[in-house]
Design a protein around this ligand. Structure first.
Ligand code: CA
Length: 747
């Protein structure tokens, strides 16, 4: 059902459709649990290279990259500064119109693809969903080796947001991958053979996952993890790059205060948590994305995530800042000792992580040359911080912000908007839990002093769970999200507000932008609006271009001075990953990985239209490879089994669905591109519903049993709710078709 593309004029129908659509975007996270395995057959190495002769990346080589090898992309953010700026100039404002596809590599996955490729000595290294790792000939796409770490498919249930991998690290002849199930693995970069493997997790009982890219420097590999929604305690660990031996570990939130502090910073942090039993819930503060090494100060900066639960009343009812949630923390790279910290959102109450990419730069601020770091975390403020001492230099808003009025530059603290406190009544707030900017990569052009990045306005109706209003009652629920926010009631309230045409409703539910942002003045030199939020990462280049893929499937190049779009190609699936550029034998290439879950609530983005298609697509001037249009998915909702539930049971099914199922299968039962849309279930799937949900029939595809959190009666109510939602959308579809028939007979 493609709602937006059909002519709609009946107000009642429009109301139904908008209600459904707007509910759909309320889902907080990209859909995730897979229903099909990400199969990629083991392939024998094409040319077994001599062990140790490839991937010889080290600190000295990265330091000289811009002068010695501008055509390389040696680490996650290209170099240690993680500016993601390619100095290459062959593809430029004049030549870009000749850009065409040089080669394509199919990744054979329906899952979100978010990784940054690394290119060293003509070899491209990438990670794909379930941590399938590839070395490819960067000029031809020919596979050199493929490594499958055999992540158990049911691990998908532990992952809040998909079986994602954002990348890997190359260091001194080894490729380091960190798997969804928490392992750090060193591979021989030449042939993909495993050298060592260690478990990075402190508990198998808690749902930790790793989606971020490890970083390598100073003889060590640095890695964190995710899982805050499920109730875990965040930490970062440094391991010896040669042996995998643990060197240091920094916890981001305090543990049980009755036990000894693991390190002095925990004693300091514990004073900022008051009341409650956060250590039983976990506390959160996961470091699931940004870990940046700074050779200037031998420091590692980590971006720390949100609290568990999101609501501070449930987490720390006595108040307090809850260190080090939503903070940037500077650690000594050799010892893990803290040098300084800056907390972006003290006492986080909104899922405002500060895990977003951190980039380093040297720039003049107020007449003084500074070594700075920059970050645009979820909370909507863009921070410029002196990395020598943590001094806050700038904190301009980069998107619409309603939770706070501004950041007080004297205290360095945001000033919360008391009108938007949602303790006593629900409030629409910007940004929402998706953030005004998320993990999607930014790029900095040092010659212009501009940061290019995507932002979005995606509001959310925050509402405390009724059962959690009494703060003493919050108990961690194993195997489910622990937010303190009531999703089902938020959805229902939206419908009520919509029916009443309430003034509370936001004017837009998902708007996306690409910005050329001046971090010093806080102004956009230019900004363009996309048709929806949640678009891809960004790369600027020496050719005066900014590249970005979007949710509509377009990969585009813009003039970096004006924002004028100079080139665009449709890739037939949504894009969230960041582009990279590199050179092999004198030819410049631009590469992007494609595929994600689809986000447009109107079901009209490329992920919905064509599904999620995992690929590496590599462009060059004069490239002539043709990408055939993907067939559009058949979204016709079939006839449904009979309804047998009472109204009361349907209401309960609604609550259970939005508490348990929606994070993968979509709010209001409208899924994105990769995950099955349950309104489209076949007769066989309906018949097997209990076997799948309770019996775990499809656990090998990632859809593990939910018998630990749902009873058979619960499953019946959810099933009936799905059927009722499918029937509603089926009726809407029919009305649209009748409307079209009427219009064509009139015209
Ligand atoms: Ca989160």
């Amino acid at each position: 059902m493609r709602l937006k593309s059909r002519g709609i004029s009946t107000p009642a129908l429009l109301a139904v459709i908008i209600a459904i659509a707007a509910i759909a975007w309320l889902v907080l996270k990209p859909s995730n649990a897979p229903m099909e395995p990400a199969l990629s057959p083991e392939t024998a190495p094409v040319t077994p290279a001599k062990s140790g002769s490839k991937g010889m990346v080290d600190e000295a080589r990265i330091a000289k990259m811009d002068t010695d090898e501008p055509g390389a992309w040696l680490s996650y953010g290209r170099g240690y500064k993680e500016q993601r700026f390619s100095p290459l100039t062959d593809v430029n404002r004049e030549s870009v119109t000749q850009l065409g596809i040089g080669w394509v590599k199919e990744l054979n996955t329906i899952h979100p693809v978010e990784a940054t490729p690394i290119i060293v000595d003509g070899v491209m290294y990438i990670t794909a969903p379930y941590n399938h790792t590839y070395a490819l000939n960067a000029a031809t796409g020919e596979e050199i080796w493929h490594y499958d770490p055999k992540v158990p498919p049911e691990t998908a249930r532990d992952a809040c947001c998909g079986v994602i991998s954002r990348g890997l690290a190359l260091y001194k002849g080894k490729a380091y991958i960190a798997t969804l199930d928490g392992r750090l693995i060193a591979l021989d970069a030449a042939n993909g053979e495993k050298i060592w493997e260690i478990d990075t997790l402190i508990s198998k009982d808690r749902q930790y996952t790793i989606t971020g890219a490890p970083r390598a420097a100073g003889g060590k590999i640095y890695i964190g993890n995710g899982g805050a929604e499920y109730g875990v305690r965040g930490y970062v660990t440094a391991f010896d790059a040669e042996t995998g031996e643990k060197i240091w570990r920094f916890y981001t939130v305090p543990g049980n205060p009755a036990e000894p502090f693991e390190h002095p910073e925990m004693e300091m942090a514990a004073k900022t948590w008051k009341g409650g039993a956060w250590w039983e819930i976990g506390g959160g503060g996961t470091v699931w994305n940004s870990i940046v090494y700074d050779p200037d100060f031998n420091t590692v900066y980590i971006g720390v995530g949100n609290g568990t639960p999101w609501t501070r009343e449930n987490r720390s009812p006595g108040g307090g800042d809850n260190l080090f949630l939503s903070s940037i923390v500077a650690l000594d790279a050799d010892t893990g000792e803290m040098k300084w910290y800056y907390q972006t959102t003290p006492g986080d109450n909104w899922d405002f992580t500060a895990v977003q990419d951190i980039m380093l730069a040297d720039m003049e601020v107020d007449g003084k040359q500074r070594k700075v770091l920059m970050q645009a975390p979820k909370n909507g403020f863009f921070y410029v911080i002196d990395r020598s001492n943590g001094e806050l230099l700038r904190a301009h808003p980069y998107a619409t912000v309603t939770w706070a009025t501004h950041v007080d530059m004297e205290t360095g603290r945001p000033v919360e908007n008391t009108d938007k406190a949602y303790l006593d009544k629900p409030e629409w707030i910007l940004p929402g839990p998706r953030g005004a900017h998320n993990w999607h990569a930014m790029s900095f052009d040092p010659s212009k002093g501009l940061v290019y990045f995507g932002s979005h306005d995606i509001p959310f109706l925050y509402d405390m769970s009724e059962e959690h209003q009494n703060t003493g009652l919050f108990k961690r629920r194993k195997g489910l999200w622990n937010t303190g926010v009531n999703f089902a009631r938020s959805n229902q309230m939206f419908e009520e507000q919509f029916a009443a045409d309430s003034e509370e409703l936001p004017t837009s539910y998902s708007t996306g932008f690409l910005n050329a942002f001046n971090p010093i003045t806080g102004e956009n030199v230019w900004s363009i609006e996309h048709s929806t939020g949640w678009n891809g990462g960004v790369m600027a280049s020496g050719g005066g271009l900014v590249f970005q893929g979007d949710a509509q499937g377009f990969f585009s190049a813009y003039n970096s001075d004006t924002g004028e779009r100079l080139w665009q190609q449709q890739l037939y699936t949504s894009i969230v990953a960041p582009p990279v550029s590199y050179e092999v034998d004198g030819t410049q290439y631009v590469a992007i990985l494609t595929g994600h879950e689809g986000f447009d609530p109107f079901g009209n983005d490329a992920g919905h239209l064509y599904g999620s298609i995992g690929r590496v697509v590599v462009f060059k001037l004069g490239g002539e490879t043709v990408l055939l249009p993907a067939p559009e998915r058949d979204m016709t909702i079939p006839e449904q089994p009979p309804m047998i539930a009472s109204a009361e049971d349907l209401d309960r099914g609604d609550v259970l669905y939005h508490d348990v199922c929606q994070f993968c299968h979509g709010a209001a039962v409208r899924a994105g591109g990769g995950i099955p849309d349950l309104r489209l279930m076949s007769k066989e799937s309906h018949e097997a519903f209990f076997g799948i949900v309770i019996g775990g029939l499809k656990k090998d595809t990632g859809m593990a049993s939910f018998a630990d959190v749902l009873t058979a009666e619960d499953a019946t109510k959810i099933h009936q709710y799905i059927i009722s939602r499918a029937n509603l959308d089926r009726e809407a579809e029919k009305l649209v078709e009748e409307e079209e028939d009427d219009e064509s007979s009139e015209g």
